[in-house]
Design a protein around this ligand. Structure first.
Ligand code: PRP
Ligand code: URA
Length: 210
């Protein structure tokens, strides 16, 4: 494992992940859990935001306190399933801009197919956090990050909920500069490119399409 990969083992994350994996969890609860887990992942991924000192008058006296030093963020969910993570991360950074990249995996080839791309015009001044609950073969994340990098962002991080070893390896080799945060590293991919044990199809479970 390299120093750009963070597998979060916080008890709250592991607890929520158990219910997310459960096939009996319904759409409403699944959505809420994706959002809560995204929030916790984002909390960790923003740990290195720079601070600056300001003077604040408390009811007792003036104090030297800290605020985030004007760093601009953009979140970029990969459609569709990445959309489920947006609310959770915006709760922590409400001022962030949100771009969208539409990709789906061709069911035969498992190759990502791009169908939408809209990023903030000032992406070159922003730190970008790409969101997708599932890192399976890694194809979608690799392509999405390549698209984001064309806009010359200051930095790129990737947040996912479950990763397969195959996808983690492929992504860290294709984009060695990108920090990857995930809540679980699973066992493997099956013959259909699904993560085992995983949680099934994240997009279908978030949007109730199956
Ligand atoms: C899923 C998931 C990722 C991708 C991961 O999306 O949300 O984007 O598969 O697989 P990969 O690592 O092998 O590329 P899917 O293509 O099912 O589209 P959807 O979100 O619209 O359902
Ligand atoms: N996409 C999903 O939604 N789930 C998987 O297990 C793999 C890719």
């Amino acid at each position: 494992m390299n120093d750009k990969i963070f597998i979060m083992d916080h008890p709250l994350l592991q607890h929520k992940l158990t219910f997310l994996r459960d096939k009996n969890t319904g759409t409403q609860q699944f959505r809420a859990l994706v959002s809560e887990i995204a929030n916790l992942l984002c909390y960790e991924a923003t740990r290195d935001l720079p601070l600056m000192e300001v003077q604040t008058e408390t009811p007792i006296r003036m104090a030297a306190t800290k605020v985030i030093a004007g760093r601009k963020l953009a979140f970029v969910p990969i459609l569709r399933a990445g959309l489920g993570m947006v609310d959770g991360v915006l709760q922590l950074v409400p001022s962030a801009k949100v771009g969208h990249i539409g990709l789906y995996r061709d069911e035969e080839t498992l190759q990502p197919v791009e169908y939408y791309n809209k990023l903030p015009p000032d992406t070159n001044e922003r730190d970008v956090i790409v969101l997708d609950p599932m890192l399976a073969t890694g194809g979608s994340a690799i392509d999405a990050i390549s698209i984001v990098k064309r806009s010359n962002p200051r930095s790129v991080k990737f947040l996912c909920i479950i990763a397969a070893p195959e996808g983690l390896k492929a992504l860290s080799e294709a984009h060695p500069d990108v920090q990857i945060y995930c809540a679980a590293l699973d066992e493997k991919l099956n013959e259909n490119g699904y993560i085992v044990p995983g949680l099934g199809d994240a997009g279908d479970r978030i949007f109730g399409t199956k």
